[in-house]
Design a protein around this ligand. Sequence first.
Ligand code: FAS
Ligand code: PHB
Length: 392
Amino acid sequence: MSLKTKVGIIGGGPSGLMLSQLLDLRGIDNIVLEKHSREYVLGRIRAGVLEHGFAELMREAQCGERMDAEGEIHEGFYIADNGKMQRVDLAGHTGGNSVVVYGQTELTRDLYDAREKMGGNVIHNVEDVKLNDLKSDAPYITYRDGDEIIRIDCDYVIGADGFHGVSRKSIPADVLQEYEKVYPFGWLGVLSRTKPVSPELVYAKNDRGFALCSMRSQVLSRYYIQVPLTDTVEDWSDDAFWDELKARLPQDVADALETGPSIEKSIAPLRSFVAEPMRYGNLFLAGDAAHIVPPTGARGLNSAASDIYYLYHAMVDHYENSDDTGLENYSEKALARIWKAQRFSWWMTSLLHTFPESISYDSKLQKTDMEYLFSSEAALTSLAENYVGLPF
Ligand code: FAS
Ligand code: PHB
């Protein structure tokens, strides 16, 4: 069987769904191919903080209603340095900008609901997706549905299939340039139906290791602790997790911590990764398919937002105005903002984590970086403008 569409989108995560919704609203036909079921995709616990730009994109995609009703506006967060708590005033340092605390799971649910309401074409449980004739004017995608091979002819293919997807790997090795940095630790994350310990996020630097106190709502908390790469989830009982988290927090915060059974517990390794270029012929990479950051700066999902914003406007200019400037400039423009998010995520990670093999000189630099941050309005402004999101 064969299908035809203007834009073939591989990946039904936030990147693919957001682009599909925005294009459909402008009458640009598209099909989304997703490897897993909707339930599986919604079962993944990931990001929790949305930049101003991402929230605006959700509203433009007519998916922002629940986010605006249930999400929390945060105008600051805390950094605890071995017990000393200091607040980063995001609004004060960015002329009033803020972030929205709203889980990726919920925003992905909103995007799926919006796709369904518009009769969007999202095909789940696809197998053996292959990208073909990407350098031609008539690229096509094939995938297997049971014993049948389905062909989708399209003008453009969007690779929004995440770090482990097939799209990036469809770019020839002699064309693709990959940049990677792997960190010597991971994050053990716990979700619990407990009241968040603080009204704003707490990023804790501690000689025992980094910890983060976040939330999904006033009754759903999200906590992380830095762990060695050799640790497994089985090594950490709930009690052991809560004890270690308390040991890394300022005493008054630890004393206020409400513990409870974990309803999700997982370990994510930390890496920085960028693939260049983000375009090959009529294939455009977006989101985690092209770049990954350590979650310390809450840039992961938010980096996908600017890719989608650029691609959306480029496709509209192509189909409505026969103007391909946006498509031709996409990779360069997206990468310019991606690398700034990479820098910020690396810097936040370097500032706040304990590096097991760190030499004493680097430990002194880390201490100095923290002292400089809270002694300089310019340094705090730099942190704040990156955290709320640099302009698209
Ligand atoms: P995604 O990976 O979300 O979606 C890609 C989709 O493509 C998936 O649904 C996958 O099933 C599908 N797919 C893959 N291969 C396919 C194929 N061959 N055919 C069809 N479909 C295919 N970011 C933050 O900002 N803060 C965080 O705290 C944070 N925590 C994270 C924790 C973990 C464990 C992980 C893995 C990521 C985390 N991130 C975080 C980053 C994360 O939120 C990503 O930035 C976000 O999911 C990117 O969205 P997509 O680009 O849509 O990629
Ligand atoms: C989260 O709530 O999952 C979260 C928040 C901020 C981060 C990373 C993760 O920097």
